[in-house]
Ligand binder design. Structure first.
Ligand SMILES: [Zn+2]
Ligand SMILES: [Zn+2]
Length: 150
């Protein structure tokens, strides 16, 4: 369920969104990213909601436009770019391990599923680009990662 009312009663805040709205937007963002069904923001409306990826290939963070095909409810969700601190080696190894085990690795900073994209490689060595489309962190790693050769 998506609730659009403001639980803080419209108090003035520095940020345009309250933290609970932000959490909610993040949840919707992940559902859109993973092509999961999203429920309509209007109470009682069964949807379906269509999510359109508005991002360009080079965008570090993604934007999704959501439209309810039933009632026309419309909103958009965007990641929040935050590139620092970078992923450290330990979290990269963990993400690589999970990818290797066919599990879904998540970004340690925002719990968003990360994407592994295999890259063209001139040296015949496998290389992956790992990207979180919510915070925009991304990196490249050789494959298999050295730590995973067990
Ligand atoms: Zn609707
Ligand atoms: Zn992230």
């Amino acid at each position: 369920m998506i609730c659009t009312s403001n639980p803080f009663g419209g108090r003035m805040r520095k940020e345009s969104m309250t933290s609970s709205e932000q959490e909610q937007a993040h949840r919707v963002f992940i559902r859109a990213l993973q092509h999961d069904a999203i429920s309509c923001g209007r109470a009682g409306c069964p949807g379906p909601v269509e999510a359109l990826d508005q991002s360009q290939t080079r965008d570090r963070i993604k934007t999704f436009e959501l439209t309810c095909e039933r009632c026309g409810w419309h909103t958009s969700v965007t990641g929040r770019e935050q590139l620092m601190p970078l992923w450290d080696n330990a979290s990269l190894e963990l993400m690589a391990d999970e990818h290797l085990m066919h599990q879904q690795p998540v970004c340690p900073y925002d719990d968003t599923p990360v994407v592994f994209i295999s890259m063209p490689n001139p040296r015949r060595k496998a290389k992956y680009r790992v990207a979180c489309f919510y915070c925009g962190r991304h990196t490249e790693m050789d494959w298999p990662p050295p730590e995973s050769k067990r």
